[in-house]
Design a protein around this ligand. Structure first.
Ligand code: GRG
Length: 294
């Protein structure tokens, strides 16, 4: 398997699906739709969307039925990145190799573009009622709402923001990672599996995979912020140190941080054993987390 080719092909499928599901730039008010498309299209690994497709396939579902869900997750991810980059948050100038949304459209429009992407994502989720049971759609919308809310992404971001310049303990760091990074990855996988018709046991396995994947993913992100290459990452490195953020490398050192991420990925691989279909790509995606340079 050529993982790079696979990731590129899947990302292209997601990109095309997003192009169709975002309001066109000709829709009034033009500027908000331009800003939404600027940050949601033309960049990003589409990892969360790909995880949703693979979780669906791994439990025997048809990945085409996950496209609306996968796009909604990518819209929510794009919203979170736009807001995370704002001057009031991380104040970053570059994301995905291009200027951040507020640098191009100004802060006001960037806040609104993020809000509009989040709102549009929920509209897209309702499209699933055309081909899924209403009960399943409601369950998924509930899980996505919880993952995004004050006890999910936002909660993680709040504690992250409040912890800048502080020496935080491991429990606090784990809370930040589980919520800020982990919850969206987890719900992407769970949603894909639910749409694919997962049994309770399969959903538990996907959940275990997702929890470990999310933690390993954020630890690698921390490591790349120390040893990564700006041109590959499409954003500046060294930001955590500048902002005096506690991270796995700052608490444990690089070697130990790598070892912890590796252990998480072993847990991911163990979790996959109970899934009914071949899931080579879920294995490969887990390994990609450890090896990625972008
Ligand atoms: C509501 C004001 C407000 C903010 C919410 C939740 C939130 C903002 C921000 C958290 C977003 C964040 C930066 C999480 C960290 C996760 C992370 C490592 C993101 C980068 O993900 P990749 O590498 O990005 O998958 P690409 O560009 O490939 O999609």
């Amino acid at each position: 398997m050529n993982l790079e080719k696979y990731l590129k092909e899947k990302a292209e499928i997601i990109e095309r699906a997003l192009v169709d599901r975002l309001p066109s730039e000709n829709t009034v008010p033009h500027v908000i739709h331009q800003a939404m498309r600027y940050s949601c299209l033309g960049g990003g690994k589409r990892l969360r969307a790909i995880l949703a497709l693979e979780a669906c396939s791994a439990v025997g579902g048809n990945p085409e039925t996950v496209l609306d869900f996968a796009c909604a997750i990518e819209m929510i991810h794009a919203y979170s990145l736009i807001h995370d980059d704002l001057p009031a948050m991380d104040d970053d100038d570059y994301r995905r190799g291009k200027l951040t949304n507020h640098k191009v459209y100004g802060e006001g429009i960037a806040v609104l573009a993020g809000d509009a992407l989040l709102t549009h994502a929920f509209e897209i989720l309702t499209y699933m009622s055309k081909y899924l049971d209403a009960e399943m759609v409601v369950q998924i919308i509930k899980e996505v709402s919880e993952a995004c809310g004050s006890q999910g992404l936002i909660g993680g971001q709040v504690v992250d923001l409040k912890s800048e310049g502080e020496n935080i303990d491991l429990n606090t760091l784990e809370y930040i990672y589980q919520n800020k990074t982990g919850k969206l990855i987890l719900v992407a996988l769970r949603g894909g599996a639910i749409i694919g018709g997962a049994t309770a046991q399969q959903l538990a396995a996907v959940t275990l995979y997702g929890e470990n994947f999310g933690l390993a993913f954020q630890i690698t992100d921390d490591i790349l912020d120390v040893v990564g290459d700006t041109s590959k990452l499409g954003k500046e490195v060294g930001a955590d140190l500048r902002r005096q953020k506690s991270t796995y490398p700052s608490l444990f050192g690089l070697t130990k941080a790598r070892e912890i991420a590796k252990n998480c990925i072993s847990q991911c691989e163990k979790a996959l054993v109970v899934l009914p279909k071949r899931n080579d790509y879920l294995h490969a995606l887990a390994r990609f987390v450890l090896e990625r340079e972008y």
